[in-house]
Design a protein around this ligand. Structure first.
Ligand SMILES: Cc1cc2nc3c(=O)[nH]c(=O)nc-3n(C[C@H](O)[C@H](O)[C@H](O)COP(=O)(O)OP(=O)(O)OC[C@H]3O[C@@H](n4cnc5c(N)ncnc54)[C@H](O)[C@@H]3O)c2cc1C
Length: 374
C-alpha cells in the first residue's frame, strides 16, 4: 500500500494510536520523567491494540512508522522502546528466523509478554561494529559466548536479545553470528543502567555474557552472516528512528505554535512578529520534508525495494530537523522553555540522542555518499 494515496486504513490507524497516546500515554509521562519509570502497562496495552510485533502482526513499515510517529509525538521514550522491539527484533526474527524460531519467539513478542532488545554496540565498537570483542567459541553444536555490550535499549526489561558476536578476531565480518539470547539463562547479566540526558523511562544498559551457552538453533539467519543481518536490520531501524524524530518534532512544534498564539508582548501575540513566524514556517517546512523522506523510505521497504539510501537520508534529515525544531521551539517559549515545569525541555533533551543512535549523522552521511558514489 502507498501512504501517499492516504488509504483509509492508514488514517484510521493514525487516529487510533493518536487517541491512545493522548488518553493513555500522556498521563504517565510525568511519572516516567520523575521516576525513570518503565511503562510496562502501556506496552501491554499497545500489544492489546495490536501495535506490537511488526510484520508478524501485519504491521507493514508504513504502519510501523505511523505508530512510532504518533507515540513519539507524546512520548519519544516509548517511541524508542517500540521502535527497537518492532523494527529490529520482531522484524529481525520474522525476516531471518526459521519457522521454529518464529513459532517460539514471536507470539510472546506480539502479546507484549516479552520485550526485545538489539545488542551490537560495545565500548570499543560504536560506529564501527567490526571492532567488537564479544566472542563465541564453538564446541560441538554449542556456542560459548563471552563479552560486554553497552547502551542496549530495553536491555533491563528484555526477555530476548538479538546479540552479535564474532568467532574470529582476524575476520570479524565473516565470522559474526546473530544469537537470540534468552536473558533468563545462566551466563547472562545486566551491568550498569546508563544515566541519560533524556528519554527517561526508556532504559539502556550494559549487558554481560559470561560463558553463556547458546545452541545452534539460537542463531538467527545463516551461520556467520550476522554482520549482513545487523546492517539490514539497521536500515529498517533507521526508518523507525526517523519516525520517532518526526513525531518528536511535531509534538514540540505544536507546543510552540500554541504558545506563540497565546503569549503577548508589546501589546501583540508573539505569533504576529515576523521573526516568530519565520521560525514556525521553517519548522513546519522541515517537518514536512522529514515526513516525505520517512514515508518514502517506508514505501520502498514495503514494496521490497532497496531502501538503504533513503532510510539513511530520512534518519539524517528527520533527526537533525528534530534538533532544529526543539531549539527554535524552546526559543519561542523564552525563559519558560528553560523551566523544568514545562514540557518543552523534555523534547529538547529527548531530541539530542536522535543524531547519535542507530548510526550517527556522520555515519549516515558516509552511507549516503557510499550509495551515490557506488
Ligand atoms: C540512548 C542510547 C541508546 C542506544 N541503544 C542502542 C541499542 O539498543 N543497541 C545498540 O547496539 N547500540 C545502542 N546505542 C549505541 C549507539 O548506536 C552508538 O552510541 C552509536 O552508534 C555511536 O557510537 P559511539 O557512541 O561509540 O561513538 P563513536 O563511534 O566513538 O563516534 C564518536 C564521534 O566520531 C564520529 N565518527 C566515527 N566514525 C566516523 C567516520 N567514519 N567518519 C566521520 N565521523 C565518524 C561519530 O559520528 C561521532 O561523532 C545507543 C546509544 C544511546 C546513547
Amino acid at each position: 500500500m502507498n501512504f501517499f494515496e492516504h488509504k483509509e486504513e492508514y488514517e484510521l490507524l493514525r487516529k487510533t494510536i493518536r487517541e491512545f497516546a493522548e488518553r493513555e500515554i500522556r498521563p504517565i509521562v510525568p511519572k516516567m520523567e520523575s521516576e525513570n519509570y518503565f511503562p510496562y502497562e502501556i506496552i501491554k496495552k499497545l500489544a492489546n491494540l495490536g501495535m506490537l510485533g511488526g510484520y508478524a502482526n501485519s504491521i507493514d513499515t508504513t504502519s510501523s512508522s505511523i505508530i512510532i510517529e504518533e507515540i513519539s509525538r507524546v512520548s519519544p521514550a516509548i517511541g524508542v522502546i517500540v521502535s527497537v522491539h518492532n523494527t529490529l527484533v520482531c522484524n529481525g526474527i520474522y525476516e531471518f528466523g526459521t519457522e521454529e524460531q518464529k513459532r517460539k519467539y514471536l507470539p510472546e513478542l506480539i502479546s507484549g509478554e516479552s520485550i526485545g532488545a538489539y545488542a551490537l554496540t560495545e565500548s570499543h565498537a560504536g560506529s564501527n561494529p567490526l571492532e567488537m570483542k564479544t566472542y563465541y567459541k564453538k564446541q560441538g553444536n554449542k556456542y560459548i559466548i563471552n563479552g560486554r555490550k553497552i547502551w542496549i535499549t530495553n536491555g533491563p526489561q528484555a526477555r530476548y536479545i538479538l546479540l552479535y558476536a564474532i568467532g574470529d578476531t582476524e575476520n570479524p565480518k565473516n565470522s559474526m553470528n546473530c544469537f537470540i539470547i534468552d536473558t533468563k539463562r545462566e551466563g547472562f547479566s545486566i551491568g550498569i543502567i546508563h544515566n541519560k540526558l533524556g528519554l527517561k523511562g526508556a532504559h539502556s544498559c550494559e549487558i554481560i555474557l559470561d560463558n553463556y551457552i547458546a545452541s545452534e538453533d539460537e542463531i538467527l539467519g545463516k551461520e556467520k552472516e550476522g554482520y549482513k543481518i545487523a546492517m539490514k536490520l539497521l536500515t529498517a531501524g533507521r526508518i523507525g528512528i526517523a519516525s520517532q524524530s518526526l513525531g518528536l518534532s511535531i509534538g514540540a512544534y505544536e507546543l510552540a505554535l500554541n504558545y506563540a498564539k497565546q503569549r503577548e508582548q508589546f501589546g501583540k501575540k508573539i505569533s504576529e512578529f515576523q521573526m516568530i513566524q519565520y521560525y514556525l514556517s521553517e519548522m513546519i517546512t522541515k517537518i514536512t520534508a522529514s515526513k516525505l523522506l520517512t514515508y518514502y523510505a517506508s514505501y520502498l521497504k514495503d514494496n521490497n525495494r532497496n531502501a538503504r539510501l533513503e532510510a539513511s537520508m530520512a534518519k539524517l534529515y528527520a533527526s537533525e530537523t528534530a534538533n532544529y525544531v526543539v531549539d527554535r521551539a524552546l526559543q519561542i517559549f523564552g525563559s519558560l522553555g528553560y523551566a523544568m515545569d514545562f514540557d518543552i525541555q523534555r523534547y529538547f533533551r529527548d531530541a539530542r540522542v536522535l543524531t547519535i543512535y542507530e548510526g550517527t549523522s556522520e555515519i549516515q552521511r558516509v552511507i549516503i555518499a557510499r550509495e551515490i558514489l557506488r
